[in-house]
Design a protein around this ligand. Sequence first.
Ligand code: SHN
Ligand code: NAI
Length: 217
Amino acid sequence: MKRFYPMMVDLTGRRCLVVGGGPVAERKTASMLEGGADVIVVSPDVTPGLQVWAEQGEITYHARPYRKGDAAGCTLVIAATDQEAVNRAVYEEAQACGAWINVVDRPDLCNFTVPSTLRRGQLQIAVSTGGASPTLAKKIRRELEKAYGPEYAVYLNLLKEMRQRIQETITDAAVRHQLMARLVDEEWMALCKNDPAEARRRMESWIEQAATAEISG
Ligand SMILES: C[C@@]1(CC(=O)O)c2cc3[nH]c(cc4nc(cc5[nH]c(cc(n2)[C@H]1CCC(=O)O)[C@@](C)(CC(=O)O)[C@@H]5CCC(=O)O)C(CC(=O)O)=C4CCC(=O)O)c(CCC(=O)O)c3CC(=O)O
Ligand SMILES: NC(=O)C1=CN([C@@H]2O[C@H](COP(=O)(O)OP(=O)(O)OC[C@H]3O[C@@H](n4cnc5c(N)ncnc54)[C@H](O)[C@@H]3O)[C@@H](O)[C@H]2O)C=CC1
């Protein structure tokens, strides 16, 4: 059994190769684009979705079969064709040039996998089953979607802002930690959902009070 190390990677400006143009290639392309990658798709044909991205300049598309050398300079490589020999050749090249490789129908030829991911603004929750059952990963992602609605994007933005403010205005680390802990709370979350402007006002005045108390000793 393989073990995977979870991490969040910034793919901005990184060249990433997808070989194949079917629905699976489209899904992997979508998630790499969200990660900021410069995606190159090589395939004789592509889905309508990939075609649109090619026309809009979101991806670079080469309408031809894969050939050796396509993986040069790529950080991530995904082999998503339905041809075993082609996927194998892509794997060999990626291994030779030190790129991270995912062969979509061969978990044994993956040194990275793509988790099922829920996104709410800056919040991302990624689910992996280590390749055992992608369908279960998807089911869990859907359950999490109900528990973590779009309001989390708003709430998290506010937390980010307030955290910065706390770091700038409160010098005592213990007080900073206490304030942050108290902002992460169901009540704030509910207020944020119903009236984000009011949530912001209350958070601001609350932090201001704490800062004043700190100064006056
Ligand atoms: C190892 C891994 C490699 C990788 O692709 O990174 C892999 C491998 C394989 N998937 C297969 C099949 C399916 N995959 C999905 C769906 C997803 N697969 C994804 C990831 C992963 N799939 C990685 C492990 C993730 C983990 O650890 O859990 C998700 C999470 C992310 C994404 O793809 O973006 C995305 C859900 C996104 C979402 O909606 O949230 C569905 C369901 C569907 O499409 O509705 C089916 C059909 C049902 C079934 O077979 O279970 C097959 C058999 C192919 C065949 O038999 O032909 C293999 C190969 C094998 O297992 O041998
Ligand atoms: N990992 C995952 O999440 C999943 C993996 N799979 C597996 O992934 C593979 C791809 O699935 P789909 O996208 O549905 O397949 P598909 O059959 O729709 O697409 C295959 C694509 O590969 C292209 N292709 C064929 N030869 C090529 C070559 N020499 N160079 C470049 N491109 C070439 C085809 O033109 C086509 O665009 C299948 O083997 C399937 O079993 C299926 C479901 C999920």
